[in-house]
Design a protein. Structure first.
Length: 287
């Protein structure tokens, strides 16, 4: 079962989070029929959004959107305070081969922007963006945290795709220092993390998120939170109707004139919703 662990390095002012989301990414792969490069990119964004979700309070959500000029075009993942996540990639049938021993996600993403949108329960969402540095996503997410949120962070994200296209390992970890962190521990962590195994390798070795963190930082971890991770999409017919309402009377009137059933598919879970003419007329009447 997929799991996320949040904690601190024992006796140090360093926040640590690690996630194993292999089953969740595999489910997303099956939903979207992604090919290896798209699977790896989507899996990394899923893992990244779950790491950011560790900072949320009740009923809050966070979304990571990667928009690049590479063939994938766009990857989106949204996680909430309960570590329920959903995701999609604009062009799922992409395979760009390997770069060394890893899937070449950077070339498939290309140049563009990483956007983080936080739903904090206020009237408006909080959104910030940074230019993509590498397209490898982990580096870009760390850059975002350092620049936009001014939190010194190290991020590792990894996805291992088997030859049959199935996802055999997916997850990551995030290390964040605090103002009270000593220069000595920062230097130690920089040296240790530079030689740390990849997140996907550690998951394939059977390590739990806590063991991943202890392997990465080389120090004992005090666990503050341990939670399950699930793929979940809250879409519903009511939400579809609310989305149609935003189109306005004129557009809905045109749909009625065409006299055909309107079919709408959820980007995230691929579930299809149908609205017949009577339902469209009721919407128009309510407007």
């Amino acid at each position: 079962m997929d799991e996320i662990v949040k904690g601190i390095i024992k006796d140090e002012h360093v926040l640590v989070v690690a996630v194993n989301c292999t089953e969740t990414v595999e489910k997303a792969r099956l939903i979207h029929d992604t090919w290896p490069t798209a699977s790896a990119a989507m899996g990394r964004v899923i893992a990244g959004s779950l790491l950011l979700a560790s900072t949320l309070k009740d009923r809050q959500k966070v979304m990571i959107q990667i928009k690049g000029d590479g063939p994938l075009q766009e990857i989106v993942a949204e996680s909430d305070w309960l570590y329920r996540v959903r995701a999609y990639v604009r062009r799922p049938h992409i395979y760009m081969g390997l770069k060394g021993e890893k899937i070449d996600v950077g070339r498939a993403v290309g140049k563009g922007f990483l956007n983080v949108i936080r739903d904090l329960g206020l009237r408006e969402y909080y959104q910030s963006s940074v230019e993509l540095q590498t397209g490898e996503i982990a580096t870009d997410l760390a850059y975002y945290l350092n620049i936009s949120e001014q939190i010194p962070s190290a991020v590792s994200l990894g996805v291992f795709v088997e030859t049959d296209n199935s996802v055999k390992a997916a997850g990551g970890f995030m290390i964040q220092t605090m103002p009270e962190t000593t220069p000595q521990i920062i230097d130690f962590l920089e040296r240790k993390l530079s030689h740390s195994p990849s997140a996907s390798y550690m998951i394939r070795q059977g390590m739990s998120p806590t063991q991943m963190l202890e392997e990465a930082v080389g120090l004992p971890i005090e666990v503050l939170q341990q939670s399950h991770v699930t793929f979940y999409c809250p879409c519903s017919k009511d939400r579809v109707i609310n989305a149609l309402i935003t189109l306005g009377k004129e557009e809905i009137g045109k749909m009625i004139e065409e006299g055909e059933i309107v079919q709408i598919e959820c980007y995230f879970c691929k579930k299809k919703y149908q609205l017949n003419i009577d339902e469209l007329k009721n919407i128009l009447r309510d407007l």
